[in-house]
Design a protein around this ligand. Sequence first.
Ligand SMILES: [Zn+2]
Length: 299
Amino acid sequence: MNFQNIIGNDNIKELLSKSLETHNLVHSYMFIGPDGIGKSLFARDLAEIILCDEKSSCGFCSSCIKFESGNHPDYTFIDSEDGKSIKIGQIRLMQESIAEKPIVSNNKVYIINNSDLMTTEAQNCLLKTLEEPPEYVTIILISSNESKLLNTIKSRCTKITFKSLSNADLEKYANINGIQINSNLFSVYNGSIGKLISLNNEIDLYNSLDLVIGSFETRDIVDIWNNSEVIYKSKEKIFDILDYLNIVFLNNLRNTNDYKFINCISFVELTKKRLLSNANYDMCIDNLLLHVWKYYHSN
Ligand SMILES: [Zn+2]
């Protein structure tokens, strides 16, 4: 099955698989949707399939072997070189390459990642190619900010809109790739694999904070001091830590309707203000932990 390594957006898998089966792929696609949900991975898979001798990313033909080694002469991935813009020079080079016939496959595929970073000149230049692409060429524009693309560009591409992944999709991805998931963070992941991966770097910190939060339930305040060392030691990450505490308190508020969590959230916000005005760090944290513990036991 095509696109088997891609999680979510099953309707798009079906649509493109059908187009492949019936030889109805168009020459220019635009993949639209939020960052970090797998648009470029999807485009890359589609490119491999289009170039494959068997039209299935078989993994064995000379095209697939070249593709997977990152060395396929008929495949070009274009992105911003300075992180700010895609310039007209890059599009001109692409056009020179497009004019040359494919070498290994019967087709050529060009992906323009972050295509909304193309300058207006670059977009106008690309327009000519989108109007009359050679028969063997497929161009895939990827964008998370469609409004920055000219209407003339958009009208020449078949638009495919990707949706954020469900929590279940994220869990599936995390399991397959050996990534830990913290269910408190689903609202922050916001359906993005990119966000899941970047937050995974701090997963040990978040897990330690779960222990701190768990200890608020205990009657014995000594437990809190024992478990909270991570907060005292992580001064440089304190604003991430405070944001995390409030995410958990907000989740708890939604799940229980218990007003004590509103007090907790307010005190975390007050702590942020105190820290920003250079109050003593340890004293701010002492105060925070004491107050949150008090709110937990106020009923
Ligand atoms: Zn193949």
